[in-house]
Design a protein around this ligand. Structure first.
Ligand code: NDP
Ligand code: PYC
Length: 340
């Protein structure tokens, strides 16, 4: 059967309708739907429509406040705080992002703390919202315990994503965004659904033995990328985007949730920097020097991170987003569901 082609707006509307039928407010539904449709548009399947089921399970279990209205704390200075009040991170970020950009321009750097949000998404949408203002940015969050520290064999850290972006005047921004585990848990789930083995080195089973069986990996522990280096970065994220911002670590998030069938709630930390302010008074423009570096990287035949994603986006915006017959049927079934 052939694929169905949808525009970005049409897919966003369909996904938002699914969430609204599940009782989520339009504010929450639209923000989540934009992120999920963007995942499909950019060929990031591990955080596209496949996530809808997990989001709905979490909503229907009462773990998400369906009509949460995020709130920006009335504080001045470099640290902004948005209380998500139990809603999804997406609407909370959309509220805080313009003020984060404004303060980073005014002060040179600023940080946005989001508390009490359910988080299921990729972090590049947050990063691109800031690079579009000419800012460099970092974003990170814990998750729930699925990753063993290097040298251990029991899940403790989350897959803790980390993303960075640098603005470019005449090109797509430089953006990387990855889990600090060898792969995102969503990738393991996609292997399980497809019945394909995992690459070696991704996970251990519940006895701590290496495994390529997705089911055994989901019941065991994933491994950090880069051995002790990824393990330390994942720990840093637990500290900065968990303990430091007064929110849950991955272990606490799992304890609160009880199992892996739902999506975790915790906090998120987003940092924004104005490169012009940091390099003021020094020779050479930061933007021009960055371009020299990027040219040197691509000059060796290497590609910049996110180039695959931006190419997929261009294609999708021109030709539409292609969903398989199975995916369309699944969307249709989800559209039939309503409030429980
Ligand atoms: P990947 O290992 O697939 O890689 C991600 C990054 O590396 C992308 O920026 C990608 O760019 C870049 N990249 C890949 N190959 C190359 C290459 N050959 N040269 C240069 N750059 C390259 O990501 P993960 O599976 O670790 O994570 C996927 C997503 O899952 C992320 O968006 C992350 O935020 C999300 N996630 C979310 C979590 C949450 O709790 N909310 C938890 C864990 C992960 P490109 O896209 O262009 O290929
Ligand atoms: O893919 O690892 C993952 C993940 C966990 C929570 C959201 N995404």
């Amino acid at each position: 059967m052939s694929d169905t082609i949808l525009t970005f707006d049409a897919l966003t509307e369909r996904v938002s309708r699914i969430f609204q039928r599940a009782g989520l407010s339009a504010l929450q539904s639209d923000a989540v739907a934009r992120t999920i449709a963007a995942g499909e548009r950019d060929a990031c399947k591990s955080h596209g429509i496949y996530r809808i089921d997990g989001c709905l399970r979490t909503v229907k279990a009462g773990m998400v406040t369906r009509d949460a209205v995020p709130e920006l704390a009335p504080e001045d200075g470099a640290i902004l705080r948005v209380a998500a009040h139990g809603g999804f991170a997406n609407a909370a970020f959309e509220l805080g992002a313009p003020e984060l950009a404004r303060r980073a321009k005014e002060l040179g750097l600023a940080a946005l703390v989001i508390n009490d949000c359910t988080h299921f998404a990729a972090l590049w949408p947050e990063i691109e919202a800031l690079t579009s203002h000419g800012l460099a940015a970092m974003a990170m969050c814990p998750s729930y315990s699925t990753v063993a520290p290097t040298g251990g064999n029991e899940a403790l850290m989350g897959t803790n994503p980390f993303a960075f972006g640098w603005p470019r005047e005449s090109a797509d921004p430089y953006v990387f965004d990855f889990a600090t585990s060898v792969a995102a848990r969503g990738e393991i789930e996609l292997h399980r659904r497809a019945g394909t083995p995992l690459p070696e080195g991704w996970a251990v089973d519940s006895d701590g033995n290496p495994t390529t069986d997705p089911e055994a990996a989901l019941n065991g522990a994933m491994l950090p990328f880069g051995g002790h280096k990824g393990s330390a970065i994942a720990t840093m994220i637990e500290l900065l985007a968990g303990a430091m911002i007064g929110d849950l670590t991955s272990r606490e998030a799992l304890d609160r949730l009880g199992d892996f069938t739902m999506l975790p709630a915790h906090g998120e930390l987003i940092l924004a920097f104005d490169p012009a302010r940091f390099s003021a008074g020094r020779e050479g423009s930061a933007m021009a020097r960055a371009e020299t570096l990027f040219d040197a990287i691509t000059g060796q035949g290497a590609r910049l991170p996110s180039q695959r994603r931006f190419a997929a986006r261009r294609k999708a915006m021109e030709k539409g987003i292609a969903l398989s017959a199975e995916e369309i049927a699944h969307l249709g079934r989800l559209e039939e569901l309503g409030l429980d």
